[in-house]
Design a protein around this ligand. Structure first.
Ligand SMILES: Nc1ncnc2c1ncn2[C@@H]1O[C@H](COP(=O)(O)OP(=O)(O)OP(=O)(O)O)[C@@H](O)[C@H]1O
Ligand SMILES: [Mg+2]
Length: 256
């Protein structure tokens, strides 16, 4: 049976989809069979982030309404042969998808995978609930910004009402120069604040800001390993800002 993990966080735009897709690619790179289900039925974009939007023939609604079998709706990633994407309702965006209907689809698919990742929409309402009922574990994604932290805290409180085996934290968009100058909380401090084990630190990266999919990049690779290893290794976003050249980098970043 697959490990079913929801990527959630409350606040919009904190990088749930980016982290979910890239960690999935990192695991697939190591040979794991990974399904990414787009459970964002409003502003769905897992297929776009993974660069497979033109390859999708069917979606979840087609499966639920019997127009295709679940396996037919899966899109295999061209660069990662064990990575599959299940698009949300792209063909009929107005159609309501019940939490139970989505759960039935994912339960039917899980035997073919090691991991089923569920990309949750923003907010803590219906879409959040639909994504959470399908999962056994949760990864809360937040940025160090205060508004994101407040929403993450609310998300954690709600997640505790689901029968989840674990709730862990990934801090995204960390600026190493700001951490060093004390202008933002460290990922470890954020973990303590939210009382969650920290399993991933992702730096703020220009390549990610333009939506580039860099599956297998080091920070995502470490997070992926932390999902199945007891030894937790975290990416250090401050490293490139230390020492003489690091100080130069910090000055340059401050001036732009
Ligand atoms: N580490 C990062 N560095 C720079 N930009 C990032 C990073 N992570 C995400 N982004 C950018 O932030 C924006 C929002 O990311 P993303 O869509 O993954 O967030 P989300 O939480 O899934 O949003 P939504 O709540 O709308 O689903 C995108 O433009 C993405 O490219
Ligand atoms: Mg998203």
């Amino acid at each position: 049976m697959a490990r079913k993990i929801v990527f959630t966080g409350g606040k919009g735009g904190v990088g749930k989809t980016t982290v979910c897709a890239n960690v999935a690619a990192s695991l697939a790179k190591k040979g794991a069979r990974v399904l990414v289900c787009d459970a964002d039925f409003g502003l769905n974009n897992v297929d776009v982030v993974c660069g497979v939007e033109s390859k999708a023939a069917y979606d979840v609604v087609d499966v639920i309404e019997g127009r295709c079998r679940a396996k037919q709706a899966l899109v295999r990633h061209p660069d990662f042969p064990t990575l599959y994407i299940l698009p949300s309702n792209r063909s009929s965006p107005e159609r309501y998808v019940s939490p139970q209907a989505l759960k039935v689809v994912l339960d039917g698919l899980e035997s073919g995978f090691d991991f089923v990742f569920i990309d949750s929409p923003d907010g803590l309402e219906e879409g959040f609930h639909r994504a959470c009922v399908c999962a056994d574990e949760a990864i809360v994604v937040t940025t160090p910004h205060i508004t994101a932290l407040r929403d993450a805290d609310k998300a954690v409180a709600l997640l505790k009402s689901y029968a989840l085996k674990s709730i862990v934290l990934a801090v995204n968009r960390v600026r190493g120069d700001w951490v060093l100058s004390g202008e933002c909380l460290t990922p470890e401090e954020i973990g303590k604040l939210l009382s969650l084990p920290l399993i991933g630190v992702i730096p703020d990266e220009d390549r990610l800001a333009i939506g580039e999919f860099y599956g297998g990049g080091k920070p995502f690779g470490l997070l992926a390993s932390n999902l199945y290893s007891n030894k937790k290794r975290l990416y250090d976003p401050t490293k490139k800002y230390q020492g003489f050249f690091g100080a130069v980098r910090r000055l340059i970043r401050k001036s732009i």
